[in-house]
Structures are given as C-alpha cells and as structure tokens.
Ligand binder design. Sequence first.
Ligand code: GRF
Length: 215
Amino acid sequence: MKLGILVSGRGSNLQAIVDAIESGKLPCSISIVISDREKAYALERCKKHHIPHVVIKRKDFGNVQDFEEELIRSLKEAQVDLVVLAGFMRILSAHFIRAFPMKIINIHPSLTPAFVGKDAQKQALEYGSKITGCTVHLVTEELDSGPVIVQACVPVLPDDTEETLSERILAYEHRVLPQAIRWMAEGRVKVEGRKVQVIGAKYGTLPVNPQLEVF
Ligand code: GRF
C-alpha cells in the first residue's frame, strides 16, 4: 500500500511509520510526504530516509480551494492508496475529504469524541480527566470525530503538565498509528456507519502496559 503522509511539524509520528516500515512490520511504502511548513522537522527526517517530500504552503495560493487542489494533485500523482494525517495542523474541507473517500486517517491525542480540535492534552488536563489517550480514526467531515479504528488509554497523573501528559500520550500514538495503517494495508478494516470492525483483531484498544507488543 502506498502512503501519502501530511505533516506540519516535528514528525515523530512520521518517524514511527518509517521505523515500522524499515523493520519489516508495516507492508507499505511512503510515496510522498507533504508539509505545509517549510521548516517542519519532519522534512529533515524525509531527507535522512530518502523519502520523496514536497512543501505546499497555504499562503502561496489565493484561496483554500486552490491550496487543497494542489494537495490532491500531488497525492494523486504519487498514486497514494491511503492518506495519513500525522500532525497536519489544518482542517481539510469536504472537497478534499471527498477526493479520498474513507482513505484518509488521522491521529488525534485524545479519546475521541472527547477533546477534539486544538490542544487536546491541555483540554483533558483543564477538564480534570483522570484518563485520556489517543485515537486513530477515519477522516470524515466532522472534526476529529470520524469512525474510530483504534484507541489507547493513558492515565492523567496528579502532577502532569501539558508537556508530560503530551509526551506520555505521544509514546502511544507511535504505537497505534502504524498498527492502524497495517490493518488498513491488510484490508481488515470494515466500516459500517460509525462502527469499525477490524477483521481478526482481538482489541480495538491498547492495554495500558507499554511492554506489550503491538503487532
Ligand atoms: C501529535 O500529538 C498528533 O496527535 C497531533 O499533532 C502531534 C504531531 O506530532 N495531531 P508529530 O509531528 O507527529 O511529532
């Protein structure tokens, strides 16, 4: 399966995908990485691993539609089978989403539908949640709330700051995102309305024990 990965920043989730591919755990190739920010560290990771990459910036286009047309054009040209939003900090329009129906997934740092949108970890802390986590979901027209493929729970500890909680959640993001992509590549993800069934998978969650293997 050919992946098109959209990023905006650090790219640690991109790195988790690259590591899973390079260690033979993920039967995929990355056809293109697109960043909407020139300075995204994710681009350095692409250079290091010889991954095709391109910068497409919103401000180089007169309107959002033209910007998204260029994203769509690049992804189609790279013949991607799955679009992965891995820390892409823009909301995509219905037009973009309809160009890849049920072929776009996103990683979000909360247990959706709780704490959608920006600063999900801060929202969980401010709410006083005792547990939060991360979600990989199919992208539909509702923000951060498409059908859930896999989630992982992460406890909120009494002394947590936004940074410590984000870091703890991130370690789980790096496990569930390659897992969900692998399920998609294996054709095991069946979607009916809001519900996702992963054929043959025992769990749709990861246990809190970080020692357990994902794959
Ligand atoms: C992650 O927390 C992801 O869940 C969110 O943005 C962050 C991206 O991190 N959507 P990275 O760029 O993958 O390191």
